[in-house]
Design a binder for this molecule. Sequence first.
Ligand code: HDE
Length: 703
Amino acid sequence: MTDDHTLDPIELGEEQVARGAGGETHQTAEGTDRPTLTTQQGIPVADDQNTLRLGERGPALLEDFHFREKIFHFDHERIPERVVHARGFGVHGFFENYEPLTDLTRADLFQRAGARTPAFVRFSTVAGNKGSADLPRDVRGFAVKLYTQEGNWDLVGNNIPVFFIQDAIKFPDVIHAAKQEPDRGFPQAQTAHDNFWDFASLTPESTHMLMWIMSDRAIPRSFRFMEGFGVHTFRLVNAEGRSTYVKFHWKPKQGLQSVLWNEAVKINGADPDFHRRDLWDAITTGAYPEWELGLQLFDDDFADRFVFDVLDPTKLIPEEEVPIRRVGRLVLDRVVENFFAETEQVAFCTQNIVPGIDFTNDPLLQGRNFSYLDTQLKRLGGPNFTQLPVNAPKCPVAHFQQDGHMAMTNPRGRANYEPNSWPADIGGPREDPARGFSSYPEQGGGTKRRLRPESFADHYSQARQFWESQTPVEQAHIVSAFVFELSKCERPDIRARMVAGLRNVHDDLAAQVAAGVGLTDLPHRLPPAREPITDLPASTALSILHNGPNTFTGRKLGILLADGADADLVAQLRAAASAQQITVEVIAATIGGATASDGSTITADQRVDGAPSVLYDAITLITGTAGAHQLVGSPAARDFLADAYAHCKYIGYTPDAEPILRAAGLGGELDAGFLPLRSGEAVATFLDTIAPLRYWPRQETLP
Ligand code: HDE
């Protein structure tokens, strides 16, 4: 490697940013210093309001290069959106390694305790187009780019540890079936339509994943509160060449949390950017979300005795069987400066691995290794997307690849081939067998055939294990999700076929779904390729509610306020919340706020019809008597409360506010999810009580 051949993409990035910020400044009419507007060529622009024309009412002139450049560039602003995971949001951060893992891997980022590796993470939905909403029922992408000192490692994962299919050749089918139907172009961003369930019910291997996407995992409260999974089995390889199998997990320190389906539907209307806003707000206010990297490590002996094939991506390994070792933390602490440059142009490729990490023969992973590089060419327009600042490694790069569209960092020196006999300063880099990436020398061989291995034939046992690992509340949500989705299918035979498949998972589930979609007779069960195992032990790691937070920290409290509100109470709540990094928003009938009991004005952050209670994790209602009566007349205020109640949220209230509770239909005896508030009494206790986030016993009493 020579200096001449060392490309420095970081420098390039800075240069570009500096240019974008503008060079010369001048005093504007308002007297402020501003950069002078220029064309792309740097020519100062005198008039950006009017095209050049001949005569006062005459034709525009072709000679107007500024106009032509401006419109030309605008016309070319869009690039193809990702064929899947089009809607996403990316942020920067770092990975910090806890302790040297030299016995397991020679990957540079795991060699030293405390070593930090820069990271870029893009979260996404899968099926929706770029402009869709944040909360459809869908898998979330969790793609992590780690800029290690030995090249970029992309761990392109999801928030669900298994996948729909066992062979990459079926990927276009599952995605076509899930996305909008081709003749009509809808429904967008949802699987609740015939094509998806037709494919799913004809593809038993998808059953395990279906259980996950019908669970609340597919409607996370925010990116911050979900797990990430590498899904496939990978290898770690140490300096001696010893391989250990590994499954990668990201465990959110914030705990797991999801919304209810009825909330998701409403959030999509009230704030289609709910998830990206949440992440932006958390990071810009300094509440940096963190995940721990967990490794499930195992060897060939375990792989041989494990009841499923570790190469089958429709199977997970329960944490109870192979415990998770937490080896470092991922902290997200910087939002992007430019959404397009970073979030849109970031190109994750599963084949980006570094010395010390390697693939296995998981057939899905093998297929992905082709697809990701290929798709970037289409999307980013040429082979030099690796030179874009967000994609460029932050370690030296030296090679003989050259030219192509938009080549920005070009090797210097005379030699652009090797072997060559030029001296080191102009002869370019050389391979290094000791340091370089070398594939794990796995034994291969066999007959060339298209087949599905017999060891992949069990499609239902882990789906059943997932079902049995859920709390009753979560099971009820899974049933309603199946019922909702299948009820959107126009063809009764598709509904029935799906229920027939669910009989292989659990008859309780199948019977409840059948009843929900109005099937009077339970259909015969689909003949399984292999009889499911029915006694796999339940795994608490699979339930969201068993892994929820024990604090309200990082959540959002909405205070619905009206005239006569106790100003002290509001102040105490704000102070206690801020001490625990809880966000508080005041909502009132007008954005001007309300007049408090002491005559002061408390301004509002939101007007009630623009901020339904679905945007908050818990609510409080603070009013005087007159204020409460004002709210009684507001349909939006009544909905605010009725929804919070139906979504099993905790509701703090001052005694004067009771009339509005009644007006919202919450008459009768108030359950223990209603928490009376008085100023002077410990508001901190209130915040402790609402830590479980929902008052679930209410769910059973709801109609
Ligand atoms: Fe992807 N996937 N995928 N996928 N995937 C893409 O690459 C593909 C799969 C995942 O934020 C595409 O750059 C195939 C599993 C994420 O930019 C494309 C198969 C998992 C992202 C592609 C799979 C994922 C993608 C589209 C089956 C979880 C978003 C745009 C063999 C482990 C990355 C792009 C981002 C994106 C192909 C299955 C995760 C077309 C062929 C399993 C998080 O290359």
